[in-house]
Design a protein. Sequence first.
Length: 171
Amino acid sequence: MATPKKKNPKKRGQKGKYHKWLKPENLLTLQAWKRDGLTDAQIAKNVGISTVTLYDWINKYPNIANVLKIGKEQAVTELENAMFKAARGYKYEEQVMSASGKVETVQRWQAANATSGIFLLKNWAPNRYSDRKEITATTEVTVKNPMKDLTTDELRKLAVMEESQHSTILQ
């Protein structure tokens, strides 16, 4: 009697899903997703894998790890540039409709954003702009011990005397 065949058996040597994502055009897609701010979970979902599998790929395939790292660095750089621009203020153009119904381009000024400036200064130059100041203080404590020159026998005699005085008071 013949053994039944399994349904949809995985072919030996079949390439995993990761092979597709090692191609240059797909590596660029991964990098772009990271640059655009997608989380690892969102990227994994777009690829059609679990987040755990994505982390396995990152550990196994340096090309995937590198493009995700570059994408993140690009996103950080874009955010730094935008925050720097906001901190300084900037000119921009805007399309507006005039009273006559004609579309005109006007120049506007976006005022500096003090919060962005403060954030950048505190992070880029923390030694000069930190809210936290480190203060170092030293102090000396001296203890006066009137019994420091007494011998052990003298201290024992005092202890016995002290003890007998307490017991007399209690009686």
